[in-house]
Structure formats: C-alpha cells, structure tokens
Design a protein around this ligand. Structure first.
Ligand SMILES: Nc1ncnc2c1ncn2[C@@H]1O[C@H](COP(=O)(O)OP(=O)(O)OP(=O)(O)O)[C@@H](O)[C@H]1O
Length: 332
C-alpha cells in the first residue's frame, strides 16, 4: 500500500510512517508504528537489543519491505519510489561496508560514482566531508590501517557525500570507546549546524538519546513513548528512589502495602517513583521489615522513563527479551 501523501499545503515531514509492520516468519519485529520526523530534526530511536530499531531503519532505507503499513522518506514512498528514496538518504550502519583495501579517498570516490555526484562538485564536497570528520590529512591511507573510530567517521563522511536530505545512523557509536563516542557526537552536532539535514539514529545508550531533539522509545516492536527527552522525563512527575535490601521481595511488599507505592524489582535492586524523594528517604529506612543497605534519590532519567512504561530497565530488557514485569505501571 502506498503511503498517503500529507494534505496539500502541509509541510511534508522528512519521515512519515503509518501502521508499519514487519514480520519474519513467527517473529513480529515491528508491530504497528506511526511516526513523523520533522525536517531538520535529530530524531532518536531508543530501545534494547531486539526492539525492532534496525528493522525499522532498514525499511525506511528501502533495504527491507514492510509486511503492512507504509512509509515515506524525503517525500517518497519507500516501496513504490525506492530509487528516489535512495537518492535522498545517507546510511551509516553497524557493520562497516568500507573497502578495507582502498584508501579513504578511493572509497568516497567510488561512492560518489554510484550516486552520480556531479564531477565539478565532487572535489569540493570530498574535501568538506573529510575535513568535517577530521580525516582530510589521512585521505591517502588505506582503510585497513584505520582505528574503529576513524572507520566510523569515514562512513559518516561517505554517508554525507551526496548531500542527502535524511541521514540514517544505526548505532553510530556502538563498540567504540567513550572518548571516540564523544568525538562522533561532536561531528553529529556540527552536522546539525552546517548541513540542512534530518538525522535519524538508533541507539541503546541513554546518554546519547539525550542529545536528540525528540526520541521514540521502542520495545518489542512498538513505540511506547515519543517526545523530547525533557518532555518524557517530566511526564513521570516523580523522583526515582533506588534501594537495596537483603530481601527485595519483602521490601517491595512493604512498599506496596505500607506506602501504597508501585515498586519495580530488578537486577539492580528496587526502584520506585515518589513525588518527593528526599522527604521519603528517612521514612522508608525505618518503615520496612528489612534493613535498607543503600538508597539514592535522582531526578528521572530516560532509563526511568523506559522502566515506567515497560516495568524493566533497558539493561534487564536486553538480558531477557520479551519478559514482562508484573509490577510495571500501566501508563499510556
Ligand atoms: N532477517 C531477519 N530474520 C529473522 N528475524 C529477524 C531478522 N531481522 C531481525 N529479526 C528479529 O526481529 C527482531 C527485531 O530485531 P532488530 O534487529 O530490528 O532489533 P534492534 O532493536 O535493532 O536490536 P539491535 O540493537 O540488537 O540491533 C529481533 O527479534 C530479531 O531477532
């Protein structure tokens, strides 16, 4: 089915998705997604491994066909106008697709040919993208001699070479050390300022999601929350108290029965949302049948948002996909 075109006069979003479903045999990787990404936005898809982020990106990039529903990218339908979509997007995937035996520059020139970048523009553009990622001086080196971070930077440069309107980054910093992750984000920030581009990225790092204008939190093929990072955190309206005890089951029971709260028990102890965290601490340490061995109060994080919507931390969700926690708050 072709995606309905937005109403005449409306500004077409950079990405427009309705009722998107992708099944692989018995597995429903994407289970009915609706979303619009505005032009110029940095939009993040956050979720544990197996949530369906890569599958969604593959569909948006025309590398996989939807089982149901529709999507338009840069104004074109991903099924019926594949070539148009491909011309207007840049891709940086988890697995490198650079040719290790070619130099950085040859890799980029090869890509430029595939995309038909006009010859008279190519030299300037090549220099611009290589300078942006700090690899201009290394353009003559073979990719096999590059570090993981340099390869990822080169892939970002390659993804930008043909001036795409939407750049898709699938886990752009996965497997990189913290310093390199930071520098990749430096380049992404610069991109937002210097190129007229929409960035759509996936991550399972909470701190990276914080850098996005808006994020969709994904779990088990569905978008469970979508807003600005600040909006998502504010929607919880509570502080988060984390505590450890020798018997979390007893402590959780007391929190429910004595304090009328809704705790979650996970691998990292008990987490509970309360309106006034600091005021709650002295009451709870004397109010349980078991001693409290450690306690901390924090403003909500995106992990708390995920926990609140699913009843699991992202880390627990990665360890046990598909498991649900009976203490999950039902929040829609
Ligand atoms: N080609 C495929 N064939 C069969 N099942 C698949 C295929 N691709 C993905 N899946 C399944 O679909 C689900 C979603 O996977 P997907 O890779 O989209 O998740 P993800 O959120 O991107 O996770 P990750 O962060 O690990 O990449 C998983 O259960 C996965 O095993």
């Amino acid at each position: 089915m072709e995606a309905p075109t937005p109403a005449a006069g409306a500004v077409e979003p950079a990405v427009h998705v309705r009722g998107l479903v992708k099944r692989y045999g018995e597995v429903t990787a994407v289970d009915g997604i609706d979303l619009d990404v505005h032009k110029g936005e940095t939009f993040g898809f956050l979720g544990p491994n197996g949530a369906g982020k890569s599958t969604t990106i593959s569909i948006l990039c025309t590398l996989a066909r939807p089982s149901e529903g529709s999507a338009r990218v840069a104004g074109h339908d991903v099924v019926t106008e594949r070539d148009e979509v491909r011309r207007h997007i840049g891709l940086v995937f988890q697995d490198t697709t650079l040719d290790q035996y070619l130099t950085a520059e040859r890799n980029l020139r090869f890509h430029a040919e595939l995309y038909g970048v006009p010859r008279d523009l190519l030299d300037d553009r090549l220099r611009k993208v290589l300078e942006m990622v700090g690899l201009w001086e290394r353009r003559g080196s073979k990719v096999q001699n590059f570090s993981g971070g340099m390869k990822r930077r080169l892939e970002i440069a390659r993804g930008l070479l043909h001036s795409p309107r939407v750049l898709f980054l699938d886990e752009p910093t996965v497997g990189l050390d913290p310093q390199t992750r930071l520098s990749i984000w430096g380049y992404i920030d610069e991109l937002r300022q210097t190129e007229d581009i929409t960035i759509f990225l996936t991550t399972h790092y909470m701190d990276e999601a914080e850098n996005c204008d808006r994020i969709a939190i994904m779990d088990a093929g569905r978008v469970i929350a979508l807003d600005t990072p600040a909006g998502l955190k504010a929607s919880l309206g509570t502080d988060t108290v984390r505590l450890r005890t020798p018997d979390d089951a007893v402590a959780a029971e007391d929190l429910r029965d004595r304090f009328q709260l809704d705790p979650t028990v996970g691998s990292e102890g008990i987490t509970v949302g309360v309106p006034d965290g600091e005021g709650f601490v002295p009451t709870v340490v004397t109010g349980l049948r078991v001693p409290v061995t450690s306690i901390s109060v924090s403003r909500p994080t995106l992990d708390d948002v995920f926990l609140s919507y699913t009843g699991r931390t992202i880390r627990d969700a990665e360890q046990a996909p598909g498991m649900t926690n009976p203490f999950a708050q039902t929040r829609r």
